[in-house]
Design a protein around this ligand. Structure first.
Ligand code: NAD
Length: 348
C-alpha cells in the first residue's frame, strides 16, 4: 500500500470502520501545501477495499491538480464510502462519516460526489463544519457551465481557422444534465448552433424546443461534424476509436476524466484537435463550492472562473511551442504549483 501512496504523492490515508452504522470509509489527503484538502465524498458499491483505496487516491490527486490550476488556496482530497451490501440507515451512515470528517480537524473539507446528495451533506453538517454543498450552498452547475464557456472561448482564440466568436459556430453537446443543459443556454444566447444528445429524451426535446438544437443519437454525437465537441456526460469517452471518428476542431466540455488514458491526449494532438484539459475547464464548480471557505464574494468567485480562459490560453501556447499535448502540460503546471514552495501562494 505504501508504494501506491508514494507513487501518487499522497500525504495521508485515513480509514474508518463504524460497527453501528456499518460505515467503511477512506479519506485520502493528497496535498495541503496550499490549504485544506477539499474534495467530494463518493458512495458507491466497491468490489474490494483495494478498489476503494485506489479510487480515493486517484481522485484526491485530481482534486489537488484542479485546485492548483484554478488558483485556489486549497489542497486536494477525496473520501469514499463503501456502500454497504446489506440494508442500512443512510442517516446513521452519514452521521458516522460526519464524525470521521470532524476528527481530521479541518485538514479535509468534504463535498458531494457520485451517489451522495445534498441531504447527506446536511446530515454531515450536523457533525462537522468541514462540509460544503449543503442545502444552503446551492448548485455549482451554473458556475461549471460558465467555466466551460470561457474554456470554449479560449479554444476559439487559439484556432485561427475559427472566427473567434461563437456566433454561427456549431457546438455538439453530449449530455444535457445540470451542466450540459445550462451550457446549451449560454451557447444559444451567443448565437451558436447546437447539436445535442442524451439518453434522456425529455432533456433532448427541451433543447430542441428552447434552443433550436439538432438532436442526434448518443452513439453518433462524437462523430458530428462541428467546430467544438463538448462532452458533458460520462467520463472515459475519448478513446483511440472515438478520437479517430471526431470531426471537430476542439474538445471542450465539463465531464470528468474524459481521456480514457493519458496517451489519448497525444492522439488528439496528432490529429490537430485542441483539447481543453477536463480538470481545468470544469473547475467552475469547485470554485463555487470553495467560495465560502475562501471567504469570497460572488464577484471574486466569478473572476476566478474567468481566469480559466487565461490559463487555457497559456497551455495552448505552450502546446504549440513544446509539441507536447495539453493534458501533459496541464499536469506539469499543476505539479509545479503543488511541489514548488516558492509558488505556493501564487495562482496558475
Ligand atoms: P448530470 O448527471 O446532471 O448530467 C449528466 C447527463 O449525461 C445526464 O443528463 C445523463 O442522462 C447524460 N448521459 C448519461 N449517459 C449518456 C450517454 N451515453 N450519452 C449522452 N448523455 C448521457 O451531471 P452534471 O452535474 O451535469 O455533470 C456532467 C459531467 O460534468 C459529469 O462528468 C461531472 O462529473 C462533471 N462535472 C460536473 C460539475 C458540476 O458542477 N455539476 C463540476 C465538475 C465536473
Amino acid at each position: 500500500m505504501f508504494s501506491q501512496i508514494i507513487e501518487a504523492q499522497v500525504n495521508d490515508l485515513h480509514f474508518k470502520f463504524d460497527e453501528v452504522s456499518g460505515l467503511r470509509s477512506i479519506i485520502a489527503i493528497h496535498n495541503t501545501q496550499r490549504g485544506p484538502a477539499l474534495g467530494g465524498c463518493r458512495i458507491i458499491p466497491y468490489s474490494s477495499s483495494q478498489d476503494a483505496i485506489r479510487d480515493a487516491i486517484r481522485l484526491a490527486k485530481g482534486m489537488s491538480y484542479k485546485a492548483a490550476l484554478a488558483g485556489l488556496s486549497l489542497g486536494g482530497g477525496k473520501a469514499v464510502i463503501m456502500e454497504p451490501e446489506e440494508p442500512y440507515s443512510r442517516k446513521q451512515l452519514f452521521t458516522a462519516f460526519g464524525r470521521f470528517v470532524d476528527e481530521l480537524g479541518g485538514r479535509y473539507i468534504t463535498a458531494m460526489d457520485s451517489g451522495a446528495t445534498i441531504e447527506d451533506m446536511d446530515v454531515i453538517a450536523q457533525q462537522s463544519p468541514h462540509v460544503t454543498c449543503t442545502s444552503s450552498t446551492g448548485s455549482p452547475a451554473p458556475f461549471t457551465a460558465k467555466g466551460v464557456l470561457f474554456g470554449i472561448e479560449a479554444c476559439l482564440k487559439s484556432l485561427p481557422k475559427l472566427s473567434g466568436s461563437l456566433s454561427g459556430l456549431c457546438v455538439a453537446v453530449q449530455g444535457l444534465g445540470n451542466v450540459g443543459y445550462e451550457l446549451c443556454g449560454l451557447l444559444h444566447q451567443r448565437g451558436a448552433r447546437l447539436i445535442v444528445a442524451d439518453i434522456d429524451e425529455n432533456k433532448v426535446n427541451a433543447c430542441v424546443d428552447l434552443f433550436g438544437a439538432e438532436a442526434v443519437s448518443t452513439d453518433t454525437i462524437h462523430k458530428a461534424s462541428c467546430d467544438i465537441f463538448s462532452p458533458c456526460g460520462l467520463g472515459g469517452i475519448l478513446t483511440e476509436q472515438s478520437i479517430s471518428e471526431l470531426q471537430c476542431h476542439a474538445v471542450a466540455g465539463a465531464a470528468n476524466n474524459q481521456l480514457l488514458t493519458p496517451e489519448c491526449g497525444y492522439l488528439l494532438f496528432q490529429r490537430g484537435i485542441l483539447y481543453a484539459p477536463d480538470y481545468l475547464i470544469n473547475a467552475g464548480g469547485l470554485i463555487f463550492v470553495a467560495m465560502e471557505h475562501q471567504r469570497w464574494s460572488m464577484e471574486q468567485a466569478s473572476l476566478h472562473v474567468q481566469r480559466i480562459e487565461q490559463t487555457l490560453l497559456k497551455i495552448f501556447k505552450k502546446e504549440q511551442q513544446s509539441g507536447q499535448p495539453s493534458n501533459i502540460i496541464a499536469d506539469q503546471m499543476a505539479n509545479a504549483i503543488l511541489f514548488d514552495r516558492s509558488s505556493s501562494q501564487t495562482s496558475a
